[in-house]
Structures are given as structure tokens and as C-alpha cells.
Design a protein around this ligand. Structure first.
Ligand SMILES: Cc1cc2nc3c(=O)[nH]c(=O)nc-3n(C[C@H](O)[C@H](O)[C@H](O)COP(=O)(O)O)c2cc1C
Length: 136
């Protein structure tokens, strides 16, 4: 059974750019190795993540993520069984006003969200839009 979880969270105040990059790199490597797809975005002190894959694997991973002291106030947007993954591969990025922001990537994320179940799509889009508001 395939499963998907999405949430937003607040980065711990002492989290520097290097630490954030470490989280992005670690999650990209681990998830790719374990056939977990989705995205992890960081912007202005918040994380937004979608995780997709084998149900047990995704649930165990989310448990570890929830216990991670590098962020808090984890708000789950949805968790549900899915027929197939909607994200091709796994992307982990900063999105921000500075030069690290790459417009194409955000367009890619939004295009992928277009393929989600309409019920979920609305809330993910809403959150992602607000999430990226600072960069528009
Ligand atoms: C916002 C955020 C997102 C994370 N996403 C992932 C992820 O997608 N995959 C992953 O393996 N670890 C992710 N981590 C790291 C995990 O919380 C945890 O450190 C890692 O799974 C190693 O677990 P362990 O220290 O219990 O061995 C994330 C951490 C944070 C703060």
C-alpha cells in the first residue's frame, strides 16, 4: 500500500543555513535510497514537506521527523492512502528571496501538485502559495 503525508513546521530558532542544507541533503539521499518521493522546501523559517512511498516506511519516517528537535509545531496537512506516487523523484530546496531561489523549481512543484487528488490539491496549493508568498 502506498501512502502520502504532508505537513508544515517551524524551524528551530538556532537553525543556521548550514544545518538546513544538511537536513535537505540528508533527506534527499535517504529518501532516494528508500524510494520515497516528494518534496521538502524551506522558506523564511518554515518547512513544507510531502512524503510518498510504502505506508510503513513513510509512517516510520514521519515518526522520526516529528521527534526531530530541529523543528517544532508540526501541522499535518494530510495523510492518506494513494494509488500511485504523484511526485517523480524527491526534491529538497530552499525557496527564498535571495539568489538561492530558483523560479523553475517552484513552477515544477506547482505543476506536480496539479496532479494530486483535487481534495488535497486545494489545501496543498493554498499552503504552498502562502508558504512562498515572500518570494512573489
Ligand atoms: C524538516 C525536516 C525534514 C526531514 N525530512 C527527512 C526525510 O525526508 N528523510 C529522512 O530520512 N530524514 C528526514 N529528516 C531527518 C530526520 O528527522 C532524522 O534525523 C533522520 O531520519 C535520522 O533519524 P535518526 O537520527 O533517528 O537515525 C528531516 C528532518 C527535518 C527537521
Amino acid at each position: 500500500m502506498k501512502y502520502a503525508i504532508s505537513y508544515v513546521s517551524t524551524a528551530s530558532s538556532n537553525l543556521g543555513e548550514e544545518e538546513i542544507q544538511k537536513i535537505l541533503d540528508y533527506s534527499r539521499n535517504w529518501n532516494m535510497d528508500h524510494h520515497i518521493t516528494g518534496i521538502l522546501l524551506y522558506s523564511e523559517g518554515n518547512f513544507f514537506q510531502v512524503l510518498e512511498g510504502e505506508k510503513q516506511l513513510v509512517e516510520e519516517l514521519f515518526k522520526r521527523i516529528k521527534n526531530d528537535a530541529r523543528h517544532y509545531d508540526i501541522i499535518k496537512i494530510f495523510s492518506k492512502d494513494i494509488v500511485e506516487e504523484r511526485f517523480t523523484g524527491y526534491k529538497a530546496d530552499f525557496i527564498s528571496v535571495d539568489s538561492r531561489y530558483r523560479e523553475n523549481d517552484l513552477t515544477t512543484y506547482l505543476a506536480q501538485i496539479d496532479k494530486l487528488n483535487p481534495g488535497i490539491q486545494t489545501s496543498v496549493k493554498y499552503i504552498l502559495k502562502n508558504f512562498s508568498e515572500g518570494i512573489k
